[in-house]
Design a binder for this molecule. Structure first.
Ligand code: SAH
Length: 345
């Protein structure tokens, strides 16, 4: 059966034709799926019972079922574990800011990029998520919390460029004016730096924010913490980011997780300044979230502020990211691992 929530409106029109329904039905159904964001065909009350039955015989509505959630006592951040139809489990995080609700979604079950500090990649890639499975992380959260998500970061488990087609489909669907209608400007895609993917993305005509997981100012150091750096040379990655800016006019964000004694020295900061000198970019410094499987430790506050000062002196736009939900394992795949390795949470 076809996964109806992953279809573009134009495709849904073709599908309606194929089952002998007029094209305007597609508009109605698309609105139920993405504007009203219902969870079942039965809720599509302006369609006849017969049509609803026909839809349920021809299409499936893929859902994400809440397995558990943890709410941070510190800042209200909510971390969800969602179960998929084949029993896989993924993580999503809801954060509340002054400007509204922001949702961090996963793009894959697991990941094969192997970043040394990341919990999502330890057991490798299980499978890609469909567009509907990425959408449902948001829609199901909106249903259960009674809120509206206004910002999306594709920074959960998985490498979005490694599931390129489904991720682009997700972005087009969630930003469709006839659907949820989130402006592409309110969507950020984070990548470990796959050059071909960045180049492809700059041609999509989607003005989303590109975030590059940099984490080191040179190839040698980067290779020790991010295996992908062996095949994707830093100069090529940076040039791809420059091209992305030229094509989209969107300022690129560089994410830099500070790990004590690994990448947090003053000389790393100096080297970073020369690497991105003259670029219209923004650096986001993130004290690394410690995971129990690895020995990496958070950089000390003093080295974080020193690092920041060096960048500021060179007039580089830099912020230190506020850690959200530190009391609920909100970082990258930790909760899922904990859940999978124990039957009681
Ligand atoms: N695969 C994509 C998106 C998912 S990871 C990417 O690499 O960008 C989202 C961000 O969290 C990345 O910048 C990643 O490097 C970072 N990250 C992963 N584990 C982390 C940890 N333990 N502490 C701090 N940042 C981490």
């Amino acid at each position: 059966m076809k996964d109806i929530r992953s279809l573009y409106l134009s495709e849904l029109k073709e599908e309606m034709k194929a089952i002998g329904e007029p094209a305007f039905r597609a508009d109605q159904i698309f609105s139920w799926l993405h504007e009203k964001r219902v969870a079942s065909f039965d809720e599509m009350t302006n369609l006849s019972k017969d049509l609803r039955k026909k839809l349920s015989e021809n299409f499936e509505l893929i859902g994400a079922k809440e397995v558990t959630r943890l709410t941070s006592k510190i800042d209200g951040t909510v971390k969800f574990l969602y179960g998929l139809s084949d029993g896989q489990i993924i993580e999503s995080v809801l954060m509340e800011y002054k400007h509204g609700h922001s949702m961090c979604v996963s793009s894959q079950v697991g990941c094969r990029m192997g970043c040394r500090f990341c919990a999502s990649t330890i057991d490798g890639l299980v499978r890609n998520l469909t567009a509907s499975e990425i959408l449902e992380q948001i829609y199901e959260t909106e249903r259960s919390m009674g809120i509206t998500v206004s910002n999306i970061v594709i920074m959960g488990s998985g490498e979005p460029m490694d599931n390129y087609d489904n991720v682009i489909r997700f972005i087009r669907l969630v930003s469709d004016e006839k659907g949820k209608n989130i402006s592409a400007r309110n969507i950020t895609l984070s990548t470990c730096g796959l050059v071909a993917g960045i180049d492809r993305l700059s041609e999509e005509g989607l003005p989303i924010t590109l975030a590059l997981s940099l984490h080191a100012p040179n190839d040698d150091l980067r290779q020790t913490i991010m295996p992908i750096a062996k095949s994707q040379k830093l100069t090529d990655v940076i040039v791809a980011c420059e091209r992305y800016f030229e094509k989209t006019s969107r300022r690129v964000t560089f994410e830099y997780s500070l790990i004590s004694g690994v990448n947090d020295s003053a000389s790393c900061a100096e080297e970073l300044c020369s690497l991105i000198h003259g670029m219209n970019a923004h650096v986001n410094l993130i004290p690394v979230n410690e995971i129990k499987e690895r020995e990496y430790k958070k950089a000390q506050d003093s080295s974080i502020s020193k690092f920041k000062n060096i960048l500021e002196k060179k007039r580089i736009n830099v912020t230190i990211r506020r850690s959200m939900g530190t009391d609920i394992d909100a970082a990258c795949g930790q909760l899922r691992r904990r859940y999978m390795s124990s039957s009681v949470l």
